[in-house]
Design a protein around this ligand. Sequence first.
Ligand code: CMC
Length: 365
Amino acid sequence: MNTAIGLDGVVVAETALSAIDGKRGHLIYRGYWAKELALSSSLEEVAYLLWYGRLPTQAERAAFVQKWREARELPDEMQRWLMSLPRSLSMSSVLQSAIAALPDETRFDWPPTPDQALQVVAKIPTIIGVRRHALQGVPFDPPSQDWTHAQWHGWCTCGRVLPPRHVRALEAYLILTAEHGLNASTFTARVVTSTQADLPSALSAAVGALKGPLHGGAPSHVETMLEEIGEERQAESYLRSRLEKGERLMGFGHRVYKTVDPRAEALKAIAQEMAEEERWFRLALHVEREAVRLLQEYKPGRQLYANVEFYASAVLKAIGLPKEMYTPTFVSSRVIGWAAHALEQAAANRIIRPDSRYVGPMPQS
Ligand code: CMC
């Protein structure tokens, strides 16, 4: 029996949600180029596409958006509970706990439905906003309820109304990261769903998988790395010393992409357009070039290039999001893909239960 460490290349599900061509750098959501959706669609339309299998008509879109706005509201008891959690909890841990603790008024019975998905997804920015305001000791008092998900997410994470071009950039980021095949967190969501556990349990477990630095925890580390490098002339010695110590460079490498991650390319173009802080973007470009060159030297043949997280950090920084909001912002988009996979898994379910090979000692007698 072969052992597939890390399940590299093992196909464990059939999906109609997204296709990734790691060699050519292609990403498709249900027959549409993700890059084109990011330019021409709203996040709500993309969620509808992923959950229902097609883009909505105008009437369906209006009804869906209205339901989404209404679902944002968090019950008072939930808001009080969020304020009572220890201050030391990271926002990702707060999200993980809060999703699992969502009151069951919606009836999160198995199997999951698109309506259940909407109830969770719409509340993610609200959970962040309530918690953030509580930590800062200011009342949670949004100036409008009519916002899109991207506007709402921007206000809840930054505490201010974002200008339209920043909202558009944030929405493009949210669309480009909403779905990406069987990455670790999505696989987690499918495994939990396959046990017939309720949807919040699957989504909460997925947040736990996402927040690790090898997955969705990477972008804040990318920013820290750029801050530590500080100036272009320091890049080579900094990166070399990390690689000499056998450390990984955050924002580089990918299990599937053996060429440039197409999401990184799209985000790079957005970051370039909006880079008010020209110096930061130039530094990012330089670090990318140096890192790819040094990775070829230290890890020949591994094909390590910038991944989505490298330029995600540049876009989120240009929008003005605080660093501690990067992973929660990733949750706010990827939860849409997790929910889509939960729906797909439930529609043709069999419990996911792989095997392991025993290599320990046998009893002596
Ligand atoms: N810096 C230095 N070396 C690396 C890196 C990196 N960023 N990524 C992979 N390698 C090396 C690794 O040390 C190994 O070398 P060797 O063959 O000598 O042991 C080789 O490349 C293959 O690595 P691997 O761990 O087998 O590759 P993987 O496909 O299992 O890992 C990865 C993929 C994304 C976890 C990895 O590339 C990594 O740790 N990158 C840094 C963290 C990061 O940027 N994460 C965000 C991922 S993209 C979006 C997402 O998943 O959320």
